[in-house]
Design a protein around this ligand. Sequence first.
Ligand code: CMP
Length: 138
Amino acid sequence: MERTLAILKPDCIKKNLIAKVLDKIIEADFKIVSIKMIKLSKESARGFYEVHKERSFYNDLVEYMSSGFCVPIVLEKENAVADFRKLIGATDPTKAEEGTIRKLYAKDMQENIVHGSDSVENAIIEINHFFSRNELLG
Ligand code: CMP
């Protein structure tokens, strides 16, 4: 079994889409290992997206991700990382496949509803960013 980190982003929460997105995730056979609702500090958002710190969109991304509540979720399934990326679709919703979560609900590259880890190694780092050991048991 493999794990990945999903984050329902502030636009997902503001548009009241938590249940709809969770339903798509569960329908696709992912098991929810752990879930919480938090408001990221700027420092935490900066750390989470540090790989993008040289990109032009980094400051906007940090502002946006710390602008409201997020719902980080640890998901488990065989091939979880790749299957979740497929379920959410391309970062740019205009390029996302029909039926994907971003095609259905995302507004643009920034307000794109959901994050998914891009590799098994990063999934471990990202899960540890949000969840402590005792939140990952069971
Ligand atoms: P996410 O999957 O969370 O990973 C990095 C995020 O940076 C991405 O989703 C987008 O929200 C954001 N992002 C990536 N590329 C751009 C871009 N060109 N302009 C604005 N935001 C971007």
